[in-house]
Design a protein around this ligand. Sequence first.
Ligand SMILES: *[C@@H]1O[C@H](CO)[C@@H](O)[C@H](O)[C@H]1NC(C)=O
Ligand SMILES: *[C@@H]1O[C@H](CO)[C@@H](O)[C@H](O)[C@H]1NC(C)=O
Ligand SMILES: *[C@@H]1O[C@H](CO)[C@@H](O)[C@H](O)[C@H]1NC(C)=O
Ligand SMILES: *[C@@H]1O[C@H](CO)[C@@H](O)[C@H](O)[C@H]1NC(C)=O
Ligand SMILES: *[C@@H]1O[C@H](CO)[C@@H](O)[C@H](O)[C@H]1NC(C)=O
Ligand SMILES: *[C@@H]1O[C@H](CO)[C@@H](O)[C@H](O)[C@H]1NC(C)=O
Ligand SMILES: *[C@@H]1O[C@H](CO)[C@@H](O)[C@H](O)[C@H]1NC(C)=O
Ligand SMILES: *[C@@H]1O[C@H](CO)[C@@H](O)[C@H](O)[C@H]1NC(C)=O
Length: 626
Amino acid sequence: MILQLSPRLLSGLVLAWQTAVAVAEWPQGETVDAFIATEREIALKGVLANIGPNGTKVPGAAAGIVIASPSKTDPNYFYTWTRDAALTLKTLIDELEFGNTGLQVYIEDYIHAQAILQTVTNPSGGLLPSGAGLGEPKYNADGTRYNGNWGRPQRDGPALRSIAMIQYSNYLISKGETGKVKDVIWPVISNDLSYTGQYWNSTGFDLWEEVSGSSFFTTQNQYRALVDGTALAKTLGVSCTGCDQAPQVLCFLQTYWNGKYFTANINGNFGRNGVDANVMLGAISAFDVNAPCNSSTLQPCHSRMLSNFNVFVNTFRDPSLYPINAGVAPNRGVALGRYPEDTYYSGNPWYLITLGAAEFLYDAVAQWTVQGRIAIDATSLPFFRTLYPNATIATYDKRCKRSTAYRQILAAASAYADSFVAVAQAHTPADGSLAEQFLKTAPGTPISAAALTWSFASFVSMAHRRAGKFPPSWTTPATSALPATCAATSAKGSYAPATGAGAPDVPSVCTSTVLFRVNATTYYGENIYLTGNSSDLGAWDLGSAQPMQSSNYTSERPLWFAKLPLTAGETISYSYVREEDCGQPWIWEDRNRTLVVPACVEGGETEVLLETDEKWEGEVGRGGGC
Ligand SMILES: *[C@@H]1O[C@H](CO)[C@@H](O)[C@H](O)[C@H]1NC(C)=O
Ligand SMILES: *[C@@H]1O[C@H](CO)[C@@H](O)[C@H](O)[C@H]1NC(C)=O
Ligand SMILES: *[C@@H]1O[C@H](CO)[C@@H](O)[C@H](O)[C@H]1NC(C)=O
Ligand SMILES: *[C@@H]1O[C@H](CO)[C@@H](O)[C@H](O)[C@H]1NC(C)=O
Ligand SMILES: *[C@@H]1O[C@H](CO)[C@@H](O)[C@H](O)[C@H]1NC(C)=O
Ligand SMILES: *[C@@H]1O[C@H](CO)[C@@H](O)[C@H](O)[C@H]1NC(C)=O
Ligand SMILES: *[C@@H]1O[C@H](CO)[C@@H](O)[C@H](O)[C@H]1NC(C)=O
Ligand SMILES: *[C@@H]1O[C@H](CO)[C@@H](O)[C@H](O)[C@H]1NC(C)=O
């Protein structure tokens, strides 16, 4: 899911490309109906097989831990991501509400597991006092911290997790279990809403874990989380720290619009045009079948969302980008990837995005059906012309003279949705397993992580929408009102371990950020790590050493650096170590260093309070020439 620009990984990618194996494909010619009937069950089983403790594909995963994929090499996705897990649980909670009550045990395990994960101090920080640790994107399968280099923090995770848990809470309340929601689940949700209210206006990494800035998908889910939280807090008679930020988050959300589409990532220079599946995935996450199309919550049927969808899909019709899409008619679905500049595994179509396009269209069709009308404006006209060439700027109402056209547009949109499912179908192997990607060149062989949980979950969610099964409404006219002007704001969160859900009663550990800088000349392929005697530094275990960054390395200044939150006031013993290529042993420095971590500053958890300026002391490495 992330592009790590290390030579090691790049060679892994080339290898993965070459070793993609041809697999028997799904029986051709089968209808989309028949395909979905079979594949839906396979996909649901696929999700459950990747959840601990009993998931057959993920031995070693703790109870309630959702593993991204059983794949442990090329790529290694045997971790739990807060985002993937929350999106998956949201779909399981939908499924529960549609009658699959056997899933309740998974949901209860998930809540318990997340309550504990919230307290795990990690490279993004801790739960206490600042909530910073909640922005950590992923953890090991056993629920311990992941120490490797990563795109952190990611601020969509807490929002998505609270959206899922709030939906489940409302379900329990409808069954009379309000007390349990208040005592057990709300404290978990409250931490995530606090985090969202405190950090919505701070930059972080996007859902693809590659660029740090502000990201549409994150902002849209943050808004929804705060609105959902406001309503639940009211039901429970408790106060919600952070929820008052919702109107400003909504205001900010509108600013991603550039006149033709929503620029997926802003507040940074990314060298991309901003066309990205990010936005479409945001819209399906915020879907409310009863919301009006002009709602500023930016629903699938919103004119700007439809324009965005059209630009996004048409970008991938270009056969020089995706040869597999050559010759497909403009009103038929194509294979879709993350964004046109993508280079991860050479930038291929993803199942969850191609299926997401189908879901997006089923959502819009459902909204037009509820409203009994389709209002076409200049912004959405190009989208509608692909479905219905005679479309004009007008309102098509089922009760008046354009009723025939109204019905034709709905039928064309449904057929368009089905044609995206058919694209996924054409690249689904006979056993129904869904990897992360399929190749952009014929025959579109599956590639990258096998049996991806999110791919399976996206299939189940798409199938729900196609079958007319919708999650509960969440928007109201009041919640969609925009402030007169947007403002940069934040609300200080309040955080506490959710002990009622099984979290340990961790003490408040104050951290201070230290910037370690060391001049160390290295050869291409050699990396520098920091290790030391504190648990933050891996207690001398090289497997948990902190990776350093070389992004400012020059021949004048061979700088490696790492910005680390460390336990305030602690005296640490540490040293730098070299990771060699070709399986050569690590090289340690000749000395150990000591440093006293400064006292922490309230509200200054991410400020650098101390920086070192050091140079490597000891033996240097030599490339193994492998
Ligand atoms: C896992 O297996 C144990 C033992 O059979 C059972 O008690 C538990 O409910 C199972 N959990 C799930 C999520 O199926
Ligand atoms: C913070 O909010 C203001 C007002 O909406 C916006 O202009 C700014 O880009 C936001 N910054 C981040 C990092 O979210
Ligand atoms: C949406 O449209 C309705 C009716 O056409 C109108 O009353 C309402 O003010 C509009 N809402 C927004 C957010 O533009
Ligand atoms: C579109 O408009 C043309 C010209 O007015 C007409 O001949 C044709 O039947 C229309 N097509 C549909 C699908 O209504
Ligand atoms: C790395 O370079 C950037 C851009 O010049 C600078 O802003 C940043 O402070 C540098 N980081 C370190 C650790 O020197
Ligand atoms: C780490 O080393 C320092 C310096 O020797 C010492 O003061 C500190 O107590 C040690 N910490 C741990 C956790 O052993
Ligand atoms: C650094 O400290 C560790 C742990 O006490 C020790 O094993 C190692 O020998 C020390 N290294 C040097 C160079 O003194
Ligand atoms: C690291 O390199 C920079 C640039 O050459 C130099 O200014 C600095 O003094 C060096 N640090 C050490 C500890 O040698």
